[in-house]
Ligand binder design. Sequence first.
Ligand code: ARG
Length: 563
Amino acid sequence: MDLKTALAETIAKAAGMEAPQVAGLLETPPDPKMGDAALPCFKLAKELRKAPPVIAQELAGKLEAPAFVTRTEAAGGYLNFFYDRNFYAESVLSALEEAGEDWGRSDAGAGKTVVIDYSSVNIAKPFHIGHLSSTAIGSALYKIYKYLGYDVVGVNHLGDWGTQFGKLIAAYKLWGNDEEIDRDSVSAMLKLYVRFHEEAEKDESLNEQGRAWFKKIEEGDEEALRIFEWFKELTLREAKRVYERLDVQFDSYAGESFYNDKIPAVLDELREKNLLVQSEGAWVVRLDEEGLPPAIILKSDGTTLYATRDLAAAEYRKKTYDFYKNLYVVAYQQNLHFKQLFAVLKKMGHEWAEQCEHVAFGMVSLEDGTLSTRKGKIVLLEDVLTKAVEKTRAVIEEKNPGLANKEQVAEEIGVGAVIFSTLSQSRIKDITFSFDRVLNYDGETGPYVQYTHTRCASVLARCAELTGEPDMDALTDDDAFAVLKLLASFPQALAAASEKNEPFYVTRYLLDLAQAFNKYYYEHRIIDGSAEQTIARAALVRGVKNTLKTGLALLGIKAPDKM
Ligand code: ARG
């Protein structure tokens, strides 16, 4: 049992409350002078019907604090607890030693399934830097939920349906060159697509051909499907190269087209529930009560939309996975789409609409100007990764030219820096990406955290030979105590990240831990004094190393031992 839980139990007993409720209220004061744990009594005022200072006073008198609490102090509306530092070090480090690289792992999510829709790239379209956030946030959530014991289903909801694919096939039939497409894949498809639009402006009949090919896809025509499948395969081959570099996995690639045959049932259901009405030729679900524009379900020509397929997809996911949460990691530009989607599901009487969530994020742009897909000024994600790795290689040549497996380390740092920067602020904020900033070893960056990890590794290598019992008195100074408290709070950071679907809590945590450790490292000699003292400090360093490594891995980032 951890200290907070033990403390919460004694408080609960004195206050006549439930321990988990109290545990949820306990805070860690920002300034250690205010104690190592604090109970904000104003949060109990309503239930106990007393003023917060009175509650604090009474509890301080009544409470039989656990042995590791050396002092209990009522301060205004707070009840502050001071820990015995020797005992604290001992208990935190023994929990960490036992967990090793599994610190913070839990079974809190056992029996619950979380579906995460992320990355969700479009066929025949470039995998550009705009997909970075969805991919990095979704993948981090995927790993974090798994670590917390949830069953997780990662879905790449491919954009593989729409009239544009008819045009693409028409263009391919007219001007396509198999060799070129095989070699250049998406960029060759893009070229065909652009040419189609240019020529269609002069020759209207091309659009007719495009429509005809789309109809063939819809009808399952063998040739149309074969070509389309081939385009899909090539697009995915390119995407998977990036996924591999980013350590991203999926359990399902069921894209939009997968839901085509599931749509009639959804339409029946909507009709049965009297939700489908005709409006200007189209079929819509009115959402006036929700204060939203109507959701268009069928266009006047009877074709379905992105939203229709998402409706079918949501029902399918509920039926197939019986999810506890169903998350969509998609840019905030699609806010309205998801509001409408969830509102329609609710109108259909699906209570589980409450368990669906749009995990929205802001835009990523490069420092040298925003992106425009239309003008062809596309920044490919793969190129960003490659450039980050190249720049890292140059840094390594300068700082540590003798390093072994430079290539691999450069890849781990360069790619890690890109991921880390994407996750280092609250996801809803827009990001302006700068190579120099994200690669700075001294900034609030991935490389800084990785560097701290290598620092731990090299300290540990130097005290590997020592034997004896740790002397915890070597860890009672303020700096060591600050590191210990952070180590103990890793599970809370993971819980916050999963509750709010914000990997940023983990990034922030890693920066805090790295900073606290570096302060400790600069102000204290680790390999000093008796073997027992050094062993105790080494245990602290090992705890930091393992926790940094685990935290980075949850974000999809490697932690090399040397860099
Ligand atoms: N392919 C879409 C896009 O690039 C994202 C799909 C998100 N997932 C979903 N179920 N709508 O905008």
